[in-house]
Ligand binder design. Sequence first.
Ligand SMILES: [Zn+2]
Ligand SMILES: [Zn+2]
Length: 193
Amino acid sequence: MHVRANSIDDEIRLTVDAAVELANISAGEPLPDHEVLSELERLRAVLVEFEFLRARGATDAELGAFADRLVSVGRLVRSLPDIDLSSAVDALNAQLEAAAIAPSLSAHDGFALHIHWTGPSTPFAHQVAVDLLMALAQAVCDHGTDRFGRCAADDCNRVFHDTTKNHSRRFCTDPRCASRTHTAAHRARQNPE
Ligand SMILES: [Zn+2]
Ligand SMILES: [Zn+2]
C-alpha cells in the first residue's frame, strides 16, 4: 500500500477502505464501473486504485491466489457490522496468528519512509492480505467496530467504512444506492396510499 497520505491515520483509513471494497467484490458485489470486468480484473482495478504497486504487473495466477486469500479476509470484513468488539478481536487475532509478519522500514519510489509488513520476496497475495489485516487491526484498536456498517439500500449487502465525523454514513460507495433510496422515499411522499 503506497498512498501519498499525510499521516499514518490517513494511510490506515485508506487501506481499510480498500479492504472493504475488496471484500464487497469477493462477495460478488461489483460497482457499476466494474461490472464489465472479470472478478480478477475488478480486484486488480481496486488494488491499483489504492496504490498496491505490484498489482499492475501481477499475473493472473497471483491475482487468483489473492482472490483465494481474500475469501477469509473478506468474510471477516463483511462480518464487522454484525459482531461485537470481542468477536472482532478473536477473528482478527486468528488471522494475524496465521500471517507471517516480518516488518521493515523502507523509503522507495519517492514515497516517504513507511513500514513494510512483509519481506521483498513475499508472494503478492500474502503481502496484500497482511497489509489489509494490519490496517484492520489498527482501525479496530482505534475505533472498535462502530465504523463498519451495511448499506441501507434495499437489495444491497455491501459493507462500508464510515469515516464521517458524525457517523452519518448510510450507504455504500455505489452512488446508485443513495439515489434510488432517495427517489423511492420521494415517490412515497408524493403518492401516499
Ligand atoms: Zn513500500
Ligand atoms: Zn449499497
